[in-house]
Design a protein around this ligand. Structure first.
Ligand code: CU
Length: 76
């Protein structure tokens, strides 16, 4: 973990929209898969809107997409 100053410079918040989530279990599955990514500090999934917000340093969009796909859903 970098020190606070470094972290403030590199941590970002990335917004995605996930298609196909229909219930809280879907949202939990997405949350669990994305949370496993090494660079991720925080994950917020909103079922109603399909919004996925991922916070962390050097978040890799392709890795997030792959994690969502692993859960069985798609970033649109
Ligand atoms: Cu579901």
């Amino acid at each position: 973990m970098p020190d606070a100053t470094d972290a403030a410079e590199i941590i970002g918040t990335h917004h995605y929209t996930v298609a196909g989530m229909t219930c809280s279990h879907c949202a939990l599955s997405v949350h669990a898969e994305v949370s496993e990514l090494a660079a991720v500090d925080a994950v917020d999934v909103d079922l109603a809107s399909g919004r996925l917000i991922v916070t962390g340093a050097r978040i890799d969009d392709d890795a997030v997409r792959a994690a969502v796909a692993e859960a069985g859903y798609e970033v649109v």
